[in-house]
Design a protein around this ligand. Structure first.
Ligand code: IPD
Ligand code: CA
Ligand code: CA
Length: 259
């Protein structure tokens, strides 16, 4: 069952990704949403329309939650597709080649399928509950890094001005105690890179469910750990995600809880 949903998510991500690849590299006009850092381009909408059309054709009864809100959610289906047509819109709009199409299928609160596609690098990250995670044909495993001092961590900055100082304090502390930090501009790709062992840990607050819905399944299916920022159960609707290779999780939690 999930296998055919997986193929559907892959087909939708590739079709939307092709549109983004063809139209990448111009300086795109954008509009603002919640604030001066929260952008939308014509291609966020067009990519979302493609994905929704592909999914609705096969699964007309499923709920669909999208960032650009092009469909009214069905409240009565247990199955919910959670879609970010361009995760990394700021990168896309500036012609910076780092963004992904993110598509997840949930049954209630349980992730069944997660797909993240980077159309510029042509990298397809796929996870299915209980079956593992892959980058194209390669099975993914998180890194074996044991300590923060040897870690490369990834994060993103909040759009909410009120959370910026808190995040900058954490950024400063992690910068002092890790090998290096990256601010990626795409949470979906940050989590995919963590699943692929290219980074060791990730934290962010002020996310939306579609930023992490697919990525968190990639991390857990690659053997990593996903929680909220206090080590409790992850809720993708809460805005907070702490994800890691498992080995540095407690060290990240300790730093995040320092006064
Ligand atoms: C954003 C990216 C970014 C994260 C922001 C998200 P968008 O998504 O994932 O990495 O830091 O919180 O909103 O707006 O490009 O879809
Ligand atoms: Ca996003
Ligand atoms: Ca987006």
């Amino acid at each position: 069952m999930s296998k055919s949903f997986r193929s559907l998510a892959i087909a939708a991500a590739r079709e939307a990704g092709a549109l983004l690849r063809e139209n990448f590299g111009q300086n795109h006009r954008f509009q603002l949403k919640s604030g001066f850092r929260d952008l939308i381009t014509e291609f966020d909408r067009r990519a979302e329309e493609i994905i929704v059309k592909v999914i609705q054709k096969q699964c007309p009864d499923h709920s669909i939650l999208t960032e650009e809100a092009s469909v009214a959610p069905h409240q009565n289906s247990h199955y919910q597709w959670i879609i970010d047509p361009i995760d990394g819109t700021t990168n896309f709009a500036h012609g910076f080649p780092f963004f992904g199409v993110s598509i997840a299928l949930y049954r209630g609160r349980e992730p069944l399928v997660g797909v993240v596609y980077n159309p510029i690098h042509n990298e397809l990250f796929v996870a299915e509950l209980g079956e593992g995670a892959w980058l194209d044909d390669k099975r993914l495993e998180v890194s074996i890094t044991e300590s923060l001092r040897e870690s490369l961590l990834v994060t993103g900055f909040p759009y909410d001005e009120g959370l910026m100082q808190k995040h900058l304090r954490w950024w400063g502390r992690f910068a002092e105690r890790t090998q290096s930090l990256r601010r990626m501009g795409s949470s979906a790709l940050a989590l995919s890179y963590l699943a692929a062992g290219r980074a060791d840990g990730y934290w962010e607050l002020d996310l939306k469910a579609w930023d992490s819905a697919a990525g968190v399944l990639l991390v857990s299916e690659a053997g990593g750990c996903v929680t909220n920022l206090r080590g409790g159960p992850l809720d993708i609707f809460s805005g907070e995600v702490l994800a890691s290779n498992g080995r540095v999780h407690q060290q990240m939690l300790d730093l995040l809880s320092e006064p």
